[in-house]
Design a protein around this ligand. Structure first.
Ligand SMILES: *Cc1c(COP(=O)(O)O)cnc(C)c1O
Length: 384
């Protein structure tokens, strides 16, 4: 059976280097904050092009650390796309602030800057919450439209938090993802573009003051030293073993994996676009001019829920795993019911419709041409 993201194949290729790196970390005895953690942080900051990189326990904590550094809490409105993984919005409520869901663009899946402005104006008019932050998500590997988001953010005094959990490796006009926010974050969950062998995450910023606060928050709000605690924080560090894993994977990512996923995506799109059969029903991912994706997912749009579910079933029967990211928009999540007005069920029509029509196909740097063709043909044969 074909793999959706073949991490075992990746391991088999990196095995010699990976085993040596992990064994070295285990033999060293420096399991927490070992030298590999600092080395990784320096390499990640250099790759992304920001001054500070602080690793942490996972991508959700990375977002939480950013909100804590900014003192976001009760009475604050934080704008977030309605079409994303739960974490992006969860962290807002966890800090006691109020998530405000914003619709996304049909073609890029990312937050719609025009709808963001509408949502900010509505919050201001209601006068109950203070607009503070927009969390823009680089969904499926494509950076959000930061030039447009920045314009709205500047106009209304919002801080920009880039959720680059899926975006690491993408870019806009030569600038890399995880450098677009006032603070940016990523995740090293195994299936992300750059993943470790467990949980991990990182925060990026050019701002010295926020970096110092995050450094404190990630180790129990430490002050001058670990047992001097000046604020309530988290225990959110990246393990030395995971840093060792990531150093090996970052090298492969830079040298060939990012190119490889772009080739997979290009072949998929060519097969779908050149097929006469697909014209009406298979919409391929759109990468705007000047943008680059890290292809966390290759996500097609079908006509409606019925067709999407049928295609997924046909693929499954053929031994091809295809996933629905995401089946439910944020504003319909049960957990957010208490924080939403009752008329909220009609919010964000684009996100709601995408949840019914999207399907993510197998995507990873080690896919063979034969596998890509097999998937594309199975999709094309099933959309009739
Ligand atoms: C995976 C993911 C996160 C959370 O990362 P974890 O490391 O799993 O905590 C946050 N936002 C988005 C968009 C994600 O895809």
């Amino acid at each position: 059976m074909m793999q959706f993201r073949d991490l075992k194949k990746q391991y088999s290729i990196l095995k010699a280097e990976m085993d040596a790196a992990v064994l070295e970390a285990m033999a060293s005895g420096a399991y927490i904050m070992g030298p590999q953690v600092k080395e990784l942080e320096a390499k990640l900051a250099g790759y992304v092009g920001v001054k500070h990189c602080l690793t942490c326990a996972n991508g959700t904590d990375a977002l939480t650390l950013a909100l804590k550094a900014w003192g976001i809490g009760p009475g604050d409105a934080v704008f977030v796309p309605d079409f994303t993984f739960f974490s992006s919005a969860e962290v807002i409520a966890l800090e006691g602030a109020t998530p405000v869901f914003v619709d996304v663009c049909e073609d890029t899946f990312n937050i719609d800057a025009a709808d963001l402005e509408k949502a900010v104006l509505q919050v201001r008019e209601e006068g109950k919450l203070k607009p503070r932050v927009v969390i823009a998500v680089d969904l499926f590997g494509l950076p959000a439209n930061y030039p447009a988001i920045r314009e709205v953010a500047d106009k209304y005094g919002l801080l920009v938090l880039e959720d680059g959990a899926q975006g690491f490796g993408g870019g806009i006009e030569g600038r890399r993802a995880c450098s677009f926010g006032d603070i940016s974050t990523t995740s090293f969950f195994p299936a992300k573009p750059l993943g470790c062998y467990g949980d991990g995450g990182a925060v990026f910023t050019d701002n010295d003051e926020w970096a110092a606060l995050i450094e404190s928050y990630r180790v129990h709000g430490k002050g001058a030293f670990k047992y001097d605690n000046v604020r309530i924080g988290l225990n959110s560090r990246l393990d030395t073993v995971q840093a060792a894993v990531l150093l090996v994977k970052l090298k492969a990512f830079r040298e060939y994996e990012l190119d490889a996923v772009n080739k997979v995506a290009a072949l998929y799109s060519e097969l779908f676009c050149h097929s006469e059969r697909s014209e009406e029903s298979v919409a391929t991912p759109v990468i705007p001019e000047g943008f680059g994706s890290s292809w966390a997912q290759y996500t097609i749009r079908l006509r409606d829920r019925q067709q999407r579910d049928a295609v997924q079933a046909v693929l499954k029967a053929a031994g091809i795993p295809a996933m629905v990211y995401y089946p439910k928009p944020m504003h319909l999540q049960t957990a957010f019911k208490p924080v939403l007005p009752s008329e909220a069920k009609d919010l964000c029509p684009v996100a709601t419709s995408l949840c019914e029509r999207v399907l993510s196909l197998p995507m990873h740097p080690y896919m063979t041409e034969e596998e890509i063709v097999t998937v594309a043909e199975a999709v094309l044969n099933s959309v009739q």
